[in-house]
Design a protein. Structure first.
Length: 217
């Protein structure tokens, strides 16, 4: 009985948290830029791997509900915080794949590749779950290459926002702020035959994404 009650309360908490996030996100004056190019690629049979910094994923949750028909996958750590994020992601139409670079990463990466090849769309947080901030991890490249996908970085900018005192200076737009979700051009990784190739591609994507990293005040 206690286990059932605990399970029920956990699900209720996740539902309330999801509704709170959705309600909060609806206050944003939201706009999207440069989405059509990669959507056409996806609808034409291509595969797309969306990615961003850990600090910026929160403000995109509202819009990413629109991708629910594709049932995209997202790798989420097996931490307590990850449990909450996975619950929100699942209610947003995304498929959580649990694991990270520090725990069950290889198994999770293989599952991500399977999902990406099956549905054509997946998401990845390039410096999560623990950082360091501003460093793209090699898993992004491995996933894109194995899944035969283009990489599409995105950034979130808020007219008014708080930056939390966390390792990544987590971005939390203020209510009623103007928020812009901007997709960068598609980028297909070059051949990756060894560790040097992998590092070359990792650095290339990192160079593309670093200008979008926000340091907060």
């Amino acid at each position: 009985m206690r286990k059932k009650l605990k399970f029920f309360l956990a699900r209720l908490l996740l539902l309330l948290l999801y509704r709170l996030v959705r309600a909060y996100s609806r206050t944003f004056r939201f706009s999207v830029e440069n989405e059509q190019g990669w959507l056409r690629h996806l609808e034409g049979g291509g595969r797309v791997l969306l990615c961003t910094w850990h600090q910026q994923f929160f403000a995109a949750i509202r819009h990413f509900k629109n991708y629910e028909p594709h049932r995209p996958a997202l790798m989420i750590s097996k931490s307590r915080d990850g449990d909450l994020i996975a619950g929100i992601a699942q209610r947003s139409g995304w498929v959580p794949v649990r694991g990270s670079s520090s725990r069950d990463g290889e198994q999770a990466l293989n599952l991500m590749v399977e999902r990406l090849r099956e549905t054509g769309l997946a998401g990845h947080v390039v410096d999560g779950p623990r950082g360091p901030a501003g460093r793209v991890k090699a898993g992004l490249i491995r996933l894109a290459v194995a899944g035969d996908a283009v990489i599409v970085p995105f950034q979130v900018e808020a007219e008014n926002a708080w930056h939390l005192k966390s390792w990544d200076r987590f971005l939390l737009p203020k209510p009623f702020s103007r928020v812009t979700l901007r997709f960068l051009p598609m980028s297909r990784p070059g051949p990756v035959g060894n560790a040097e190739d992998l590092e070359r591609e990792r650095r290339r994507i990192e160079k593309i994404m670093l200008p979008t990293l926000q340091h907060g005040g």
